[in-house]
Design a protein around this ligand. Structure first.
Ligand code: NAG
Ligand code: NAG
Ligand code: NAG
Length: 443
């Protein structure tokens, strides 16, 4: 079936990750200002018309009674850290307006290029090898633009410690930081976070993938680079868990020494929050190697099927009350995998969740799962299903519901991306973000 997508091109600035190195000095924290000088010498490249330093984030946050009891540095992002941030104009983007919106290239950001994300088995041998070498480069190249917050007392900014991280590890850290549990009335509440168990889930992950894809484009100068996806529908087992693809593993779950990612280590292996934002980020010896055990748990030994995906796509409502993992007949909750996609009611681990659990090891510990590059391929396919749903249901940003998940309101900034990108603005077709998906196995 050919699905025609009709959408409006709205004006929105695309953003980049965080924390910008330039905004982590004691001066920036004291002034709560993150408006770095661009290379023309003006804050946010204002002299060149790239953007301006705005006093506060223009978007208003949705603060329900429940939210006010949270005590969390990420709430009303990025208010706790910064009052002043860059607002970029036109096709300019980035924390200092020195980059372009996704899909735009060149000094003036006036060259548009839409990349096509393909199934990894559709790539030629050369394209596949290039992808793996780009990933390895991203895993081993220090990010010039970003550092990661790894420890400190969150009530005292002067105790924060930041550390250098590689480009891939910044991506991994962003996911980890977004889903650290939230302190609610003195106890840690694991039913809410900024990226999951609520309507922000599909858009949040879309932004994360765009961050990594853009960083790799900038790193390699390859403007046509697109992340591949893994269409797991109909796979009897993890067909890409071979050394030609994402790597085979031994009985203990460690990746084969002949695979591309055998020596990758996970940052942020700890779960403590108070003192450690990302335990072990400063110490290679504390980092665990990646591991996987696909299909080993007999209760979760099967991947989602073609039919599961079709059943998921049929739900018309993007999300429904209570906008959590208990939501029934909700596309988002069926996709995320807390309900049976067929009846939309029965609680089960399906779809997105099932693939994480099926793969076992690093992937099954969701906060650190982004360390395994198979996460990228899995989430790219989740994003493709999201894109299919946006097309089939002619979705628009106003379908994004009000809700009281922290950081997940329509007008709130997707957390912790920097500068701000509103959650509801992510409910738009992929071509608005400079990419599309190949057709594969009928979808
Ligand atoms: C963005 O780039 C396109 C060219 O692809 C150009 O037509 C458009 O005017 C640019 N937008 C702005 C606001 O500069
Ligand atoms: C907060 O915790 C206290 C003590 O554990 C409890 O008495 C109170 O009802 C809680 N408040 C809310 C809103 O949950
Ligand atoms: C998946 O199953 C196929 C066919 O049964 C088998 O040849 C292959 O080795 C399996 N792969 C993995 C990673 O288990």
């Amino acid at each position: 079936m050919i699905v025609l997508c009709v959408f409006l091109v709205l004006c929105c600035n695309l953003v980049q990750g965080q924390f910008p190195r330039a905004c982590t000095t004691s001066v920036t924290f004291r002034s709560k200002s993150c408006c770095p000088l661009w290379k023309d010498g003006s804050p946010c490249g204002s002299n060149s018309g790239h953007g301006r330093c705005r006093d506060r984030v223009v978007f208003t946050s949705f603060a329900s009674g429940r939210q006010r009891q949270y005590d969390d540095d990420r709430l009303d992002w990025p208010k706790y850290y910064y009052d002043k941030t860059c607002e970029c104009f036109g096709n300019h983007s980035g924390y200092d307006c020195g980059d372009c919106r996704h899909g735009y290239f060149g000094d003036q950001c006036d060259r548009k290029n839409t990349v096509v994300r393909k199934e990894i088995r559709e790539l030629s041998l050369l394209e596949r090898k290039r992808f793996f070498s780009y990933l390895v480069l991203a895993k081993t190249t220090k990010s010039q633009d970003f550092v990661i917050l790894y420890t400190g007392d969150r009530h005292h900014k002067d105790t924060y410690k930041f550390v250098d991280a590689t480009i891939y590890d910044v991506f991994s850290w962003i996911h980890y930081y977004s889903m650290k549990t939230i302190l609610f009335n003195g106890t840690f509440d694991d039913t809410t976070n900024y990226a999951h168990q609520g309507p922000a889930f599909p858009g949040w992950h879309r932004l994360g993938l765009l961050f990594l894809e853009r960083q790799i484009q900038l790193l390699t100068g390859d403007e046509n680079f697109a992340l591949p996806y893994w269409d797991w529908r109909g796979d009897k087992n993890c067909s890409i868990c071979t050394n030609d693809f994402l790597g085979d593993n031994d009985v203990q779950g460690f990746l084969s020494p002949y695979s591309h990612f055998a020596f990758w280590k996970s940052i942020c292996s700890g779960y403590d929050y108070d003192e450690a934002y990302c335990l072990g980020a400063d110490d290679q010896n504390q980092m665990e190697k990646l591991h996987r055990k696909p299909g080993v748990d007999p209760d979760f030994a099967k991947l989602p099927t073609m039919q599961d995906v079709e059943e998921t796509l049929k739900w018309k409502d993007f999300d429904r009350r209570p906008y959590s993992r208990s939501a029934r007949r909700s596309f988002r909750n069926a996709l995320e995998g807390f309900i049976n996609p067929k009846d939309g009611v029965t609680r089960q681990n399906g779809m997105h969740n099932l693939v994480h659990i099926y793969l076992g090891g690093t992937m099954s510990e969701v906060p650190i799962s982004s360390n395994d590059p198979i996460f990228v391929l899995h989430h790219c396919f989740i994003d493709k299903i999201f894109e299919e749903w946006l097309c089939r249901h002619n979705a628009t940003s106003d379908m994004y519901p009000e809700n009281d998940q922290p950081g997940q309101g329509p007008e709130e900034c997707s957390t912790p991306y920097f500068p701000c990108y509103r959650n509801k603005d992510l409910l738009r077709n992929a071509t608005n973000f400079g990419y599309s998906y190949s057709k594969y196995q009928g979808m």
